[in-house]
Design a protein around this ligand. Structure first.
Ligand code: ZN
Length: 283
């Protein structure tokens, strides 16, 4: 991937504020289990009745953040990708798109959707319309799930912002009413649609000449990284890793094959209608 650092205006940096390492996350299996609920966005957290906003997270770095140059570069990367994805949706959806932020945290955080730990994995909170991400997830993606590479990470970010698009267009209404899990649940359909929407961005980002114009640009082989990530975190594969067998009624995201298919549909077409995402727009 080709990208350049920006002003981090897409980031709310809560790394210095969150983070009590006292939370015993225990064995690595906890993380794997949590990856099962990776990015469920709409339903894994008990939704709190009130619409309280998260603690006034100001934009930009704040607090005492113990970091490394590598981690700071990763923050720049997340910002660059989020900026690019949001720029594309702004162009595509016009006034219907409202920009949001990626809230970076460590270990645990209070979101408007309740408290979450890193083991939960990245998620989208519909109440405050923000994406929450602990950068440690990317290490898991690389080491544990064998899905390295920048575009694998970009796919995760684009997937979460896909949930934001769903929220803005009212596409998540059905899933919030329906069954929470299961291979045929609206929740799985919503997850697969978010994969497809991530693919739509991938399509846009693969156009040549973008980097010169100040945008993110994919390079040959990048798409394979995202497909590997999609395959790595399908429900069936995660379940096999954690329980040794597959339980379709517990699916929340779709199988590896479904996730790959959905991403590819968006990536090949570059059209959100291919994701079934235009019909129920609010406008
Ligand atoms: Zn998701």
């Amino acid at each position: 991937m080709q990208w350049s650092s920006g002003d981090r205006s897409n980031i709310e940096d809560e790394r210095g504020r969150s983070g009590s390492r006292a939370v015993p996350l225990g064995i690595g299996g906890v993380i794997v289990l949590a990856l099962l609920s990776w990015a469920t966005g709409t339903n894994f957290l008990p939704s709190s009745g009130t619409q309280q906003s998260a603690p006034a997270g100001s934009v930009g770095t704040q607090g005492q953040v113990q970091s490394t140059p590598q981690e700071e570069r990763m923050v720049d990367f997340v910002d660059a990708v989020a900026n690019d994805v949001q720029g594309m949706w702004g162009q595509t959806l016009g006034d219907r798109y409202e920009r949001t932020h990626i809230v970076l945290f460590r270990d645990s955080i209070e979101s408007a959707c309740g408290s979450a730990e890193s083991a939960t994995g990245p998620f989208y909170c519909p109440s405050d319309r923000k994406v929450y991400l602990d950068l440690g997830f990317f290490d898991e993606l690389t080491r544990r799930f064998g899905a390295p590479g920048e575009f694998a990470k970009a796919y995760v970010i684009a997937h979460e912002l896909g949930h934001h698009v769903q929220r803005l267009l009212g596409l998540d209404a059905g899933a919030r009413r329906g069954a929470a899990t299961g291979a045929d649940s609206a929740s799985v359909a919503l997850e697969l649609q978010a994969d497809c929407l991530a693919g739509v961005w991938g399509h846009a980002a693969s156009q040549s000449g973008r980097f010169k114009a100040g945008h993110v640009e994919l390079e040959a082989g990048d798409a394979a990284q995202a497909l590997r990530a999609a395959a790595a975190i399908g429900d069936d594969r995660l379940q096999k890793m954690t329980t040794g067998h597959v339980m379709p009624d517990r699916f929340t995201h779709g199988t590896s094959a479904q996730r790959v298919d959905s991403f590819r549909r968006g990536m090949d077409s570059g059209d959100l209608r291919a994701c079934g995402a235009a019909a129920r727009s609010t406008q």
